[in-house]
Design a protein around this ligand. Structure first.
Ligand code: SAM
Length: 174
């Protein structure tokens, strides 16, 4: 697989109300191979929660909040994917997106997403045409695009789990 950068653009995050799900989106995106996440609202708590995980568990995932999506899209030089239940099935688009050599900006919403996002995106991608969650959509998308390769990443963190059938083995390097 050609290793392009995948960055999440989270639109419409509501301070307080969306803190938990946006933090989980960041954690899932990090664990599943994305490079970073941009939030359109300024939320230092979400930034801090995710940075704390990065400092202990490794990798270089970053979070930037308080960015206007219009500016992000103007400056982004790669391709743009918008995850939406109104889009075309991932099954029809995954090969094309996977083979695109450009970095990917993946847009996910909270409430209603402005129509100009649909127009600006190179692909409006549905992870089924049923309503569900941005967290589920991003996880399925990242896995399909990277074909499971992301599951083998080594984050080189201070804390590492040795996976076992039974029991918990945690290695902590101070
Ligand atoms: N009704 C909203 C709309 O008009 O966009 C959807 C809100 S949904 C709770 C929040 C986000 O989850 C959406 O913006 C989209 O990114 C993602 N999402 C939900 N269902 C999806 C699906 N079936 N396929 C892809 N993304 C989905």
């Amino acid at each position: 697989m050609n290793r392009k950068r995948i960055v999440i653009l989270r639109i419409g995050h509501r301070i307080g109300r969306d803190k938990r799900i946006t933090t989980h989106i960041g954690l899932a995106a990090r664990a599943l191979g994305a490079s970073g996440m941009i939030l359109t609202s300024e939320d230092r708590e979400v930034e801090k929660s995710i940075s704390d995980v990065v400092s202990r568990w490794g990798g270089d995932f970053w979070v930037k909040s308080g960015c206007r999506w219009q500016d992000v899209l103007k400056e982004w030089e790669g391709a743009v994917v918008h995850l939406t239940m109104y889009g075309e099935s991932i099954l029809n688009l995954e090969d094309e997106i996977r083979n695109c050599p450009k970095d990917l900006l993946v847009i996910i919403g909270a409430e209603k997403v402005p129509f100009s996002i649909y127009e600006r995106s190179d692909w409006n991608v549905a992870i089924t045409n049923q309503p569900h969650s941005e967290l589920a959509a991003i996880a399925v998308f990242l896995d399909r695009i990277q074909q499971g390769n992301e599951l083998e990443a080594d984050f080189g963190g201070r804390i590492r789990i040795v996976g076992k059938q039974v029991g918990k083995e945690v290695i902590i390097n101070e």
